[in-house]
Design a protein around this ligand. Structure first.
Ligand code: ZN
Length: 402
């Protein structure tokens, strides 16, 4: 098996037992095939592993490759006009009620072929890959018919065939109510969301099931119908919860043993307690907070106090977070939500993996995938400190230099 030795690096292994960032000064990593087989101090490499030519990383920082655990990046069209309207004073809710918002992206996405959708999505993927993002979660949710939802998921799967990236899909047909089902949300669930989930699951297109629980989207009772179906099909659940108001969505996710509850600005202490008990990950999305100029902060201090794992993602989408930089999301999480630089890096590595139910990535340790980022920085705090700067030196995906 091909073996690679990286040495003379500062390792941020993100192993909790190794202290802040899991740091190892003067570290080395041994990669065999697509996995890490050893990591630690350079002077302690076992003799049987050390007898190969080494790549000297010149004292650079090595972290696990980044993981964007919440995106909607397969879509057509853009919402620059809506951006302009919002700047002229309209709220997200007003725009949605007037048939703008998600619905305008749905029309454009329905009209696009699979090939067109792929072509439009790849530049967004490539922007993330340029920051050594190795794993991207991609949601459907702009099709809102069975065929168009599955089309989006097929495009998402295709991305991992033609780019060095792992894609994890979420079925988000319960994202918005399409105009043809106006005032008939339960009928939409019966005719589209639930049967589409069954077909998508059968075709291997769905890794998890998501929903949008909000006054402008679906009620708690309706989301529970979606979750019950997911459970029957053996699919894990997650939810856009407590973004604009508190409907107790996060507690529902916790009750279903879900992977994550996302956004959470309006989460109350009961919701925090439910997430803590269920070990549900809190995925914070500062890009949407920033775009909507939200004032309500997610309860970060309560997450810390009750041990709720925190992840950070771009929420890359055309309406509320047209962002394709996870480094920028880390900076925003630090500046807007007061996460520490270490929390932002845990949130885009170890905890992001957890939010996706992945146990083989997000940490540098023996047995984990060799998805690594080599950065031209001396300390990991630099990754969230700078605004709009990409210090990536090299990206290693499944053991291969990209
Ligand atoms: Zn989202």
């Amino acid at each position: 098996m091909p073996r690679t030795l990286l040495r003379n690096a500062i390792l941020a292994t993100m192993q909790p037992e190794r202290g802040p960032y899991g740091l190892v000064a003067s570290g080395a990593v041994v990669i065999e095939d697509s996995s890490v087989v050893w990591c630690g101090a350079g002077g302690e490499i076992p003799a049987e592993l050390g007898r190969i030519e080494a790549t000297d990383l010149g004292g650079r920082l090595v972290t696990p490759a980044l993981i964007d655990c919440h995106t909607h990046l397969v879509y057509s069209g853009n919402r620059a006009r809506e951006f302009e309207l919002r700047l002229q004073g309209a709220s997200y809710e007003q725009i949605a009620r007037e048939g703008g918002g998600i619905v305008s992206t749905v029309s454009a996405t329905r009209a696009a072929s699979e090939r067109e959708l792929l072509a439009m999505s790849l530049p967004r993927v490539d922007a993330l890959l340029a920051e050594a993002v190795s794993t991207i979660e991609i949601k459907s949710g702009y099709g809102l018919t069975i065929e168009d939802e599955l089309k989006i998921l097929r495009v998402a799967r295709r991305i991992s065939d033609i780019r060095p990236v792992r894609v994890v899909t979420s079925y988000l047909a319960a994202h918005a109510l399409p105009p043809e089902f106006k005032d008939r949300a339960d009928r939409y669930l019966d005719d589209v969301v639930l049967p589409g989930m069954e077909i998508g699951q059968r075709e291997g297109l769905i890794d998890a099931v998501d929903g949008f629980c909000e006054r402008i989207a679906f009620s708690l009772q309706q989301i529970e119908r979606v979750f019950a179906k997911a459970k029957a099909l053996g699919l894990p659940v997650k939810l856009h919860a407590e973004q604009l108001s508190n409907l107790n969505g996060a507690a529902l996710v916790a009750r279903y043993g879900g992977l994550s509850a996302d956004h959470l600005e309006y989460l109350d202490s009961d919701g925090v307690a439910a997430m803590s008990a269920a070990k549900t990950v809190a995925v914070l999305l500062p890009g949407a907070f920033y775009t909507l100029r939200e004032k309500q902060m997610p309860p970060v201090e309560q997450f810390r106090a009750s041990g709720v794992p925190i992840a950070v993602a771009t929420d890359s989408n055309p309406g509320t977070s047209p962002m394709t930089s996870l480094l920028l999301a880390m900076n925003m999480a630090a500046t807007l939500f007061r996460l520490t630089p270490e929390e932002t890096l845990i949130g885009t590595t170890r905890n992001a993996a957890r939010a996706l139910g992945l146990r083989d990535t997000g940490v540098i340790a023996p047995g984990y995938r060799a998805d690594l980022a080599v950065w031209d920085v001396a300390h990991p705090a630099e990754l969230s400190y700078r605004i709009g700067f990409n210090p990536l030196h090299q990206h290693i995906f499944a053991g291969a230099f990209q």
